[in-house]
Design a protein around this ligand. Sequence first.
Ligand SMILES: Nc1nc2c(ncn2[C@@H]2O[C@H](COP(=O)(O)OP(=O)(O)OP(=O)(O)O)[C@@H](O)[C@H]2O)c(=O)[nH]1
Ligand code: SF4
Ligand SMILES: [Mg+2]
Length: 410
Amino acid sequence: MQTVALSERKVIVFAGLRNAGKSSLMNAVADQEVSIVSPVAGTTTDPVRKAMEMVPYGPVILTDTAGLDDEGAVGRLRVSSAQKILLQADLIVYIIDGSTGYSKSDYANIEIIKQSTTPCIGILNKADLPLEPGSNKPFIDHQISYMSFNNLNGDKNALVHFIGTNLPAESADTLLGGMLKRGDIVIMVVPIDLGAPKGRLIKPQVYAIRESLDSDAVVIVCKDKELRSAISRLNEPPKLIITDSQAVMRVLPDVPKGTQLTTFSILSARFKGDLAVMVEGLKAISELKDRDKILIAEACTHHEGADDIGRVKIPRWLTNFTKKDLQFEFSRGNDFPDDVGQYKLIVHCGACMLTQKSMHNRIRITALTGTPLVNYGVLISYLQGAMPTVIEPFPEAILAWNELPAAAAY
Ligand SMILES: Nc1nc2c(ncn2[C@@H]2O[C@H](COP(=O)(O)OP(=O)(O)OP(=O)(O)O)[C@@H](O)[C@H]2O)c(=O)[nH]1
Ligand code: SF4
Ligand SMILES: [Mg+2]
């Protein structure tokens, strides 16, 4: 059976107040007891996730959350965690207990969700019980499409259909986004050094190979020291060379005239994030001062090697480049801080484990505070002097580069 990476699945989040029936609904969609259901308010504390194929709507991750009205010091932490999960949603299913009616807090939550960019649908739950008149008001007032349901004998197929048909359409974007056509030759440079994961390729490399094959392009994969020999055996120059960021300067002298060059990280910045925003973020580097705080954000946890890219190399390179006494802080996994405004620069990882939606939300939160954001690849190419060569295939990034102040554009 083909497995689908978690980051490629649509994230459906069940949200609402305590006891609304969020866990019961998630179980109804999953058709199994994934999350604990009980009459005790506040049963679900940490998010509960279930990956499934929602036939015929595609691969999804169902996510149950703590009630948005949880109380006390720990309760408030749960609410904050649930709110972070909402930011990652491709679709929010907001549940109101129709037997008790909506509360002010339901109304306010739906108002906030409606102002965000995340699609939301409603469920008026416990429809087997007498419904409180006007329970649907928050949905009606905010033009949220909703259905009534009950977990005792409600039609589960109708529930799945309602959710499935409201999932946002597949993003048309891909890593290579129309860069290749039939017969083009693309060379991928994949250094197999100590930093490379044992026995496998990283996700952007795998996706780039697959997308090139889908475009009927010819793919050659080699290490940096074999690049010159690979090119010399071709009858025509390759259309595109994609390299690991850390090998870009070794690759650059071998790139034939007329061949485009970019890096896997630049492609990820464009696919998962916003390449122009990240190029614009480079302007912060020439403005950094002693004791400025910089956040290095990694979207997953992994074992930290002695020369870890995020923990060790990037702080070292940035310090050497700026010659400033910078203060580095680190975040991992879901722990992206709320108060990003305190940082002079955010350096984000390639986000291969994040959904496009989650990364866009991080960019949006950061942009609201005016904090510059770059990713590892954009930063590394910049520090190595490979800009703007590696962004030349992307006009929106070149435009951003041309608008950088002179001090930042080398
Ligand atoms: N009558 C009726 N009871 C329901 C229905 N859905 C859920 N319940 C009951 O409502 C209570 C709360 O259900 P949960 O699914 O645990 O609610 P929740 O929103 O996950 O609650 P927390 O995890 O505490 O935030 C349980 O006793 C369920 O059996 C329904 O459609 N009809
Ligand atoms: S790029 Fe980010 S999400 Fe991907 S493996 Fe590295 S730290 Fe994890
Ligand atoms: Mg629950």
